[in-house]
Design a protein around this ligand. Structure first.
Ligand code: ADP
Length: 518
């Protein structure tokens, strides 16, 4: 234990102990090592670079993409009597010059810098001669194209490092843990054999619930009615959806605001502040909202639509319960969400390779939604934290339904797909199993198959859900194909499917999942 670090923690921050991972990270940095730290939103990253900044000689530069976050952080540090300042586009020339003079005179211990400011000639000229002990890069995933928030200005960081007379310790922080992003961070930020930490992804105070619901509006209104005066966020996939929900709630005199990229910067700022100051209870927003927001008392986060990846999902629900109190996270899922997200990827992503990658991420999210094991455990495993027990605080753990045997139905689906020979999408398979007379089915003579119409007792939606559930449990495989009009998924058989057909493997789901699905 580094006594100095612990003393600083209690003297400046008023906390008596470190959170999981913080101490190891701090020790690594103080011992002169580069660090890559992957911690969830709200996990306490700032302390990990701020305490070394105070222990080490010289100055720490913190690169952060968020103007509002910088101001908050600097205000907090200043209130603790730590000399800190920020440099970003909000400064006037006079202020900027004053700060440069302060840097020249070694006034500051911690300097927050927006990445685009690293190109400022005046700034480089002064800082390059200074004793920079640490360069901390917050939201480091912004350097990677595979992250969900790529920023070109992050690519300039390595040039900046090269321009310094002495290479500082470089530390990178992010909540995004995928392998591709991790590799990119190490390579593009030129980390030197960094100590890598993946820590504390578990947020035990958050209950994780996924509700497969076609009555989302009713659910939302009931929920809000039962959680009066609580602070909450509703995330929706598109601006239009945000506007619809917002208008619906305003009409009912609910204390609500909105946030999406279609609003002016000024309006976004005001809305965010009103929410943070508790002048309004609820924020309806796209995923443009929330990065860097440190509002402690958000009691619930509802996803009106399924997000595009598990990373997005976990980062967004991570905004709830930062004060450690119990908070609820609810994802309202309807199969239409999948189409919205696929569409957004198809129109929003040009690079074909990246498009496939995003579809893969989306499929992992879908698999989570349809899984019947502990949601928290599945998410933590996804982030690389193995060996957790079931949490008893998610809707799968708390769902006490009986296990039902769906092997026969699974065999019907699998043998139908086998008989259709070529790969088709779910809709076509559902049509054949339900005995549809549509032209394509008849044209391909699928009405002559022995499996034609053998699952008429399912609704079309229910059968789609059942097939999705089979995919998410690995009994079938979904393949994304790139076509002229965007990507389209088809279903393929795999080894597991063969085992089911041969009777070597049973298909069992919890009753509640199946009855929701049918
Ligand atoms: P993020 O990882 O999202 O950047 P922050 O650094 O903003 O998270 O920390 C989230 C909250 O947790 C802050 O309010 C911070 O003061 C608090 N926190 C951080 N470390 C500790 C600790 N060791 N004990 C208690 N609270 C802590």
């Amino acid at each position: 234990m580094n006594k100095n670090a612990l003393e600083i923690l209690s003297k400046y921050y008023g906390y008596s102990s470190f959170r999981n991972g913080q101490e190891d990270i701090i020790n690594s940095i103080i011992s002169n090592n580069d660090v890559l730290a992957i911690m969830p939103t709200g996990g306490g990253k700032s302390i990990c670079y701020q305490i070394p900044a105070l222990v080490l000689d010289g100055v720490t530069l913190v690169i952060s993409p968020l103007i509002s976050l910088m101001k908050d952080q600097v205000d907090t540090l200043t209130s603790m009597n730590i000399e800190a300042v920020y440099i970003n586009s909000s400064l006037g020339t006079r202020e900027f010059n004053e700060i440069l003079e302060g840097i020249e005179n070694d006034k500051y211990k911690i300097i927050y810098v927006a990445p685009e400011r690293l190109e400022s000639f005046e700034f480089i000229n002064i800082i390059r001669n200074k004793n920079i002990s640490q360069l901390a890069i917050d939201e480091a995933h912004c350097v990677s194209q595979w992250g969900h928030d790529f920023r070109l200005s992050y690519r300039k960081i390595s040039l900046f490092i090269d321009s310094l007379y002495k290479r500082p310790i470089i530390t990178a922080f992010t909540a995004t843990a995928s392998n591709e992003v991790r590799k990119d961070i190490i390579k593009l930020l030129e980390l030197n054999n960094p100590d890598t930490y993946i820590t504390g992804f578990d947020r035990e105070n958050l209950s994780i619930n996924i509700v497969k619901s076609s009555g989302k509006n009713r659910y939302l209104l009931d929920y809000i009615e039962n959680h009066k005066n609580e602070s909450g966020i509703i995330y929706a996939a598109t601006r239009k959806e945000v506007e619809n929900i917002y208008q619906g709630l305003i009409k009912r005199n609910i204390s609500v605001s909105r946030y999406h990229a279609g609003l002016s910067q000024e309006e976004r700022k005001i809305n965010q502040e009103e929410f943070i100051k508790d002048n309004i209870d609820i924020m309806v927003a796209t995923n443009a909202f929330g990065m860097g927001i440190d509002k402690p008392n958000i009691r619930w986060v509802i996803h009106y639509n399924m997000p595009q990846s598990i990373e997005n999902y976990y980062q967004e629900i991570g905004r709830a319960g930062r004060d450690g109190e119990k908070s609820e996270c609810i994802l309202l899922f309807a199969p239409g969400d999948l189409h919205i997200q696929k569409y957004l990827i198809d129109i929003g992503v040009e690079n074909p390779q990246r498009k496939l990658f995003q579809h893969k991420k989306l499929q992992q999210m879908v698999d989570l939604v349809y899984s019947n094991s502990c949601y928290r455990k599945s998410i933590l495993t996804y982030f690389g934290e193995e060996g957790k027990d079931d949490c008893n605080n998610c809707s799968n753990c708390l769902n006490e339904g009986e296990v039902v045997d769906k092997t026969l139905d699974a065999q019907k689906v699998i043998s139908c797909i086998a008989r259709m020979k070529r790969s088709f999408g779910t809709t076509m398979i559902v049509d054949v199993l339900r005995g549809s007379k549509n032209k394509k089915v008849i044209g391909l003579r699928f009405n002559e198959l022995t499996t034609y119409g053998i699952m008429k007792d399912y609704s079309s939606e229910g059968l789609k859900n059942f097939i999705n559930t089979l995919v998410s449990h690995g009994y079938l495989e979904l393949v994304e194909n790139l076509g002229a009009r965007g990507s389209f998924p088809t279903i393929k058989l795999n080894e597991q499917s063969t085992k089911v057909i041969k009777g070597e493997s049973k298909v069992e789901f919890k009753e509640a999942i199946v009855s929701k699905a049918i």
